[in-house]
Structure formats: C-alpha cells, structure tokens
Write a protein that binds this ligand. Structure first.
Ligand code: DGL
Length: 271
C-alpha cells in the first residue's frame, strides 16, 4: 500500500518526555497529523536493558504502523540507542524511522569540529556509547565527555524544575569531574526530558556554553524526509492523538507541560 501525505506521523517515547519533540514537530509542521505513544507502563527506559527496550519498541512500532503512520520518530534517546537499528530492519521498508541521535550528531559534526563536547543522558544512552561512536566516526578530533544523570528525568516528571531542588541536583551533576575542567564548549542534552531544564543548565554555565537539545533538529530532519519523499501534508486539518500504556492523572497533567498545551491521554489496551 502506497504511503499518502494525509497519513499521520508516529512519535514514541518511554513516557511523556518525547512530547518535547512532538511539540517541536507541531511547531515546524503544523499541517501534519500526529499519533503519540508514551510507554508509561514501562518507564523509565533509561534503567532497562537493551533487550527489554527493543521488545517494547517493536510492539509500539507495530501499534503505530497499524494506525497508519507514514513515518516513525523515536522521540527517546534510550530507545534510539537501544532499538533504532532493530526497528530499521523490523518495520516495513517504506516507513522511514527517524531517531533523536543522528540529527544531533550531524549538528555537532558541523558546528564543533576539533572541540570538547559534554553530554548528559540516561544510563542506557550513556552506556551504549552511541554518541561517542557516531561522533568519532564523523570526526576523530571531537572529544565527547559523557555523564549519566539518571535522577533528572524523574525529577522533571515530578514537576521539579526551575526551583531550588532542581538547581541543586543539576549543579551537583554538572560539577562532576567528567564534565568540569574539560574545556567543553557545548553540552548535548541526550534525553528528551531535558529541554525543560535547558535554561537552568545554561545558567549553571553563566549562559556561556552552547546547550544543544535535539527537538528542533529532529523536527527539521523529519521535514526534510517528508519533502524528499513528497509526503508533506499540505491540505488536511491536522488531528492529534496521544496514547499511553498506563494512564494516570498525573501523567496527563505533566504531559501538558511537555507539550505546552493541554493534552488528553488515552490508555492503549494492547501493549
Ligand atoms: N525520554 C527518555 C530519553 O530520552 C528518558 C526517560 C527514560 O529513562 O525513560 O532517554
């Protein structure tokens, strides 16, 4: 079956953090319909094994493809590092898969040749070494200093940002020797929750460091793909649906913060 412009974009994450990417997509591509899937029953992915994340991701991809998505966006660094290669093989070939890592790698290769770059993310993302590998494959002269910061995603989800507690936790992590005294000139936010604390992180560095979050470059990569394939939706009134594998009111409340507008979450029964 040929893909049509009117089909929605499928976006997924371990939970609601990926809504930062969904928001950037909506901003850049306001005519596109979108189906979002947050695997709230299994979050956080950052502490899970590669095999577990692969198994969840395959099931979610099945759901999104069945719902008629024309392209899939893995709006989660942990899932992008664990399951992207597998999903590329698994999902039917005409449905392109965009991860949150490659567009960021391109940005770093283009803007920071020969520089020192820091990275914070979940344990899964940092342990995978995927950013270090892909960046050094593109340019051996860029050094990436990576630190796992596992408290940050749950902290943000619980509504702790722009306050004293978040300042202290962020400062504590960023003062780690892995990142300090390395002359880093940029910090990659390798977790889709972190755009919500981008300002606080920037303040820690006296607003003198480039803080790189992937939401906009991912939306741009998606736009380029849709343009290239003739799949940009230029007519229809867009439709948005948001599914989760486990529903709670607090997920729904937090989802609105990540997406910058009220979101109604539907529980999906088959995951
Ligand atoms: N949003 C996920 C990511 O980008 C982090 C949250 C989690 O650990 O599930 O890796």
């Amino acid at each position: 079956m040929k893909l049509e412009k009117q089909q929605p974009i499928g976006v997924f994450d371990s939970g609601i953090g990926g809504l930062t990417v969904a928001h950037a997509i909506k901003k850049l591509l306001p005519q596109e319909s979108m189906i979002y899937f947050g695997d709230t029953a299994h979050l956080p992915y950052g502490d899970k094994s590669e095999a577990a994340i692969q198994a969840y991701s395959v099931k979610i991809a099945d759901v999104l493809v069945k719902k008629g998505c024309k392209v899939l966006v893995i709006a989660c660094n942990s899932a992008s590092s664990a399951a992207y290669e597998l999903l590329k093989e698994y999902v039917r070939k005409d449905i392109h898969i965009i991860n949150v890592i490659d567009p960021m790698v391109e940005l770093v290769l283009g803007q920071f040749p020969g520089r020192q770059v820091g990275l914070i993310g979940t344990k899964r993302t940092v342990q995978s070494g995927v950013y270090v590998r892909k960046i050094s494959e593109g340019n051996k002269n860029i050094t990436v200093h990576s630190l796992a910061t596992p408290l940050l995603a749950p902290m943000i989800e619980e509504g702790f940002f722009n306050n004293q507690i978040s300042h202290e936790i962020i400062a504590n992590y960023l003062a780690d020797p892995v990142l300090q005294n390395q002359n880093i000139e940029a910090l990659i936010l390798a977790c889709t929750h972190y755009p919500l604390i981008k300002k606080e992180i920037s303040n820690f560095y006296g607003n003198k460091l480039a803080i790189l979050d992937s939401s906009e470059v991912v939306a741009l990569a998606l736009k380029e793909h849709l343009e290239k394939e003739g799949l940009l939706n230029d007519q229809a009134t867009p439709d948005y649906s948001f599914f989760v594998s486990d529903y709670t009111e607090s997920f729904e409340a937090a989802a609105g913060i990540f997406f910058h507008e009220t979101v109604h979450l539907d529980k999906h029964t088959t995951l």
